[in-house]
Ligand binder design. Sequence first.
Ligand code: PMP
Length: 421
Amino acid sequence: VKGFDPSKIRRDFPILSSKINGQPLIYLDNAATTHKPRCVIDALSRFYKLNNSNVHRGSHTLSNRATSEFEAARETVAQFINATDTAEIIWTRGATEGINLIAQSYADSVLCAGDTVLVSMMEHHANIVPWQQIADKKQAQVLPIPLTQKGELDLVAYKNLLNKHHPKIVSITHVSNAMGIINPVIEITHLAKMVGATVIIDGAQAAAHEVVDVQKIGCDFYVFSGHKCYGPTGIGVLWGRKVLMEAMPPWQSGGEMIEKVSFSGSTFNRLPFKFEAGTPPIADAIAMAEALRYLDSLDRAAISAHEKQLRQLASTLCQKIDGLTILAAEPENVGILSFTVAGVHHQDLATLLDQSGIAIRSGHHCTMPLMAYLGCDGTVRASFALYNTATEVERFAEVLQQSIAQLLNVNLTPAVDLRAT
Ligand code: PMP
């Protein structure tokens, strides 16, 4: 991609110069988690070295410093997703916790027996199980929107489900973690709003790759995780509309989220603190904001184009391998290549690739219903990030081809020659 040089970017990521099993690391497991640039690692250690203190206590200088950095981080997140108000930004542990908060606070207060929550067949378990839990409690149902032959969300089936069930909640992933497909979230939201549904978008796989604009999408809630956007683990964000969140009951309770406590009853803090019980992950929030600033300091469109180009190259090379089938080969994709190989187990391939220093993910990718729908028990998934290079993709395809040949050969002839023993 013109004007985008991944070799320059790579210098910002200390781990990328590691060797794994004696080989230079080729990290193609970015959908699971991304690596951290030096500025994020430095932000964590700078906080603990210089500013460490609890927030919102206000009685000394360090605490004031920690509080202002922590609240500035919230402002950075608001800008990153184009939210209008920092009161709408709630720190969570990640996308999973965000969805659980919405299910247990919002859905718990609005769902009635017989109501429907609509998700899709391509959801991560984090966007299925919290809905099942609350639906069980409320005697509501969770229905999946089917997919087309290409693996895309079936919009005709979606419209039919909307008209038939008038769901109270539609919760859909922005990008599929197993296939990389980008869902048309603006259209999905618009259609759901026409039947009065509340819309939640799971942005875990989108935030690092697509420019997210919650106002443009028009959804009611948007969740994502820091660690998939070059930030720390254990920190994420829930964005929600103020009017909805003001009406919602608190989720976890304790310190920070209260206004007044007495044994005759307690009152709760204003947004966003109402949903942030206990001491928050202060350093992680500050470092997550650093990661988002790092991303925004780069050319986002060029990053996206670069990642898509890597996937295209990987796809072209993989298509030359006999017996290899790519999932969702055609639709718009962030840079995730998921495939199966006839006669070869995905875990065996992962093990052989790892021996050559190549990190990919194998398995069901926390999308068991999708795997069942596609008729497989798992795939090999290579997922690309801004620091990956065409040379890495070529090396991956070469080792992949050798590994498949090795495994198929092993399957045909005994691994040990019994006559010799
Ligand atoms: N949704 C999707 C689409 C994901 O890919 C993931 C992470 N694999 C999650 C939700 C959950 O994210 P986390 O584990 O960071 O909470």
